[in-house]
Design a protein around this ligand. Sequence first.
Ligand SMILES: C[S@@+](CC[C@H](N)C(=O)[O-])C[C@H]1O[C@@H](n2cnc3c(N)ncnc32)[C@H](O)[C@@H]1O
Length: 476
Amino acid sequence: MGRGRRRLAPQEIEIEELGKGGSGLGRASDGRWVQVKPAPPGARVAVIPHGRKRDVWLARRAHLVRPAPEHAAPRCAVFGLCGGCALQELTLSAQRRARQAAALRDVAQGLGWTVARLREQVVIHPVEGTDQAYGYRNKVELSFAPRRFLSEADHQRGLPIGGRFLGFHAPGRFDRVVDAQRCELIDEAANALLGTLRRAILHHDDQPLWDARAQRGVWRHALLRRGEATGEHLVGLYTTSDASAEAVERVAQQLLGTPLGEATLRGVVWILNDGVADVARGEIARVWGEATLTERLRGVSFQLSVHSFFQTNTAGAEVLVSAVERALQGAGGTLLDLYCGIGSLGLALAPGFERVIGVEEIEAAVADARVNAARAGVEGEWRAARVEHVIGELAPLLSGTSIVVDPPRVGLHPKVARAIAQATAPRLVYVACKPGSLGRDAAILAEGGWRLEELYPVDLFPHTGHIELVGRFSRA
Ligand SMILES: C[S@@+](CC[C@H](N)C(=O)[O-])C[C@H]1O[C@@H](n2cnc3c(N)ncnc32)[C@H](O)[C@@H]1O
């Protein structure tokens, strides 16, 4: 706690709305907000404040005093510890209402408006998404560690911190993982592969796990990826170059022999990473089977390698594409897909257009986009560049095309926002993973005469604090 700052006593609070990263916000006895996680809106929780960031108290949840009216039982065994799926204690519909409210608050803040004004001037559609609240992720990245993060209760029971673990980094703990026997967000076949990894590496291998404090060890990460529409799986195994090739071979063979029901394991990719950064990246050392799998979105096939970017919820992405399509209102002509990744939006929408022009900074993603476009017979052009570097050249095009932008969380580069603000394009659709960025950019676009007309919220990540927003703009 900062110097001169009063401590706040443990107390009970009513959770009123969602804060950052799926946390809950309630009022403390001194009138300030308290941020606590997990804590769903509508619940009453006992909190132990441990710090303050600007005007918001940060607190740990001691216990749930009263569940929210639309309570649901969390399915995950490490709920509350892992930090990933904080809203499991709410029904999906209550989660969606809470997340929509938080997203609108952030958009309004970005625009410098009140939420009431936003609701008055913009058509806000109900949240859309699939009914699949669990098992929806098509990719998950796990970390190996020789230390685990324990709950208060397990600490009291004297469970050891040291050992061999595989799971998810606890929030703010670079050196420990929350040990995960399974993950409820991935499907049963991926969980079977996780079980094999645990048996083969944690229990039947003795090479050291990566120790992030000492920066040494062998086993670092495992990546499980699948094509939801095809049932094809791929596993990435990340080690340092100290790994024994025979040991990795043994693990790969056990993975390939794992019964997966209807699903198939296309391949196991061994990747070497000797760097200090704790990321699942590196050079491919060996592949057993294939290095790619196929996924389908709107009937378009995408070839994905372990590191290609793809929306992590394929069925949810179908809903997102439909929302973008409705927002485009059957424009036709040329579609400019800015921040296109491997072209998933542009290619899925291509049947409604004569051609697609995509711009994306990652060369490998652009190469994938070209291959996918050629296979799908889509007329177009895919450019590897930062949008802000080429927006000047694209300016003459901007007037005659429909524009879809799907920027990263930071939103549009100011140069891009200003260039689009001046464009007389027939349609502009903004896909936002961070609602506040859309709000801020909408204010810049408004200076050039673009009005935010409609917002379509899409739920791609049940149980988290995220909601994707599709914004339709039109020229005033
Ligand atoms: C939210 S993703 C959208 C990807 C794609 N539309 C999809 O649905 O799969 C944002 C993409 O923007 C790319 N990106 C980030 N900054 C960029 C920039 N300045 N210029 C071009 N691309 C950028 C990222 O690599 C990423 O692929």
